[in-house]
Design a protein around this ligand. Structure first.
Ligand code: PGA
Length: 255
């Protein structure tokens, strides 16, 4: 295991929060606090906030991401946004397959795969989310499920394209609940994801993939979670809406 082989990335996932003016204000506050980060810093924001986020982050080390992308380049898909639209706006990353989208918007392993492929084809870096429910964990399916979701999401992704993929292990039971996985559970889950990648692409490639942990990561637990060998950063929901909290997590990744 060699953490030095991969980039640590702390990404915020704002979900359905913040208006454009609030976006300008929050990034204005954040940019000073995270400017010395020696990890990647990404903020994934609602579509309508992208223009404000790009403007507010100009000349800083903050990269902007979207929270979803459609799998077609264009067409009759009312309400959807394509990768080339996002790319032209200056977006670099995109969250794909978040459990809230799987739970509330009919996202399946197949659509997660199609969105991942579309993001890559459009020049975006997908942050692909995988994670088990509490029921799946209690039934003993965590490893099977994480490996299956990871392999399904990466179907037809080449080893070359994989260099632009980030995976986020987010146990569903830990998202927005205040219940964080223990550092060992996070490390184990991320380890299953890495094993799945190794089974398809080989161990050397798997060692280079950034695998984040997400689910109630906060300024208090970030240090311990990020100290684990398989945890290469975080996907942060609630704590990314407060400049100070987010910056403490970014600093924890610097250590
Ligand atoms: P949380 O969300 O940090 O609020 O638990 C994480 C996520 O859903 O990405």
């Amino acid at each position: 295991m060699n953490k030095a082989k991969r980039q640590t990335i702390i990404a915020g996932n704002w979900k359905m929060n913040k208006t454009p003016s609030e976006t300008t204000a929050l990034i204005g506050e954040m940019k000073e606090l995270v400017k010395d980060a020696d990890c990647g810093v990404v903020l994934c924001v609602p579509f309508v906030d992208i223009a404000a986020a790009i403007e507010a982050s100009k000349g800083t080390n903050i990269k902007i991401g979207a929270e979803n992308v459609h799998f077609k380049e264009s067409g009759a898909y009312t309400g959807e946004v394509s990768a080339n639209m996002l790319k032209e706006c200056g977006v670099e990353y995109v969250v794909v397959g978040h459990s809230e989208r799987r739970q509330y918007f009919g996202e399946t392993d197949q659509t997660v795969n199609l969105r991942t492929l579309a993001a890559l084809k459009g020049g975006l870096k997908p942050i692909v989310c995988v994670g088990e429910t509490l029921e799946q964990r209690e039934l003993g399916y965590t490893e099977t499920l994480l490996k299956y979701q990871t392999k399904m999401a990466l179907t037809n992704v080449t080893a070359e394209e994989l260099k632009n993929v980030v995976i986020a292990y987010e146990p569903v039971w830990a998202i927005g609940t205040g219940v964080t996985a223990t550092a060992d559970q996070a490390d184990e889950g991320n380890g299953f994801v890495r094993e799945a990648i190794a089974e398809v692409y080989g161990k050397d490639v798997a060692e280079t993939v950034t695998i984040q942990y997400g689910g109630s990561m906060n300024p208090k637990n970030a240090d311990e979670l990020l100290s684990k060998v398989n945890v290469d950063g975080g996907l942060i929901g609630g704590a990314s809406l407060k400049a100070e909290d987010f910056s403490v997590i970014v600093k924890a990744a610097n250590k």
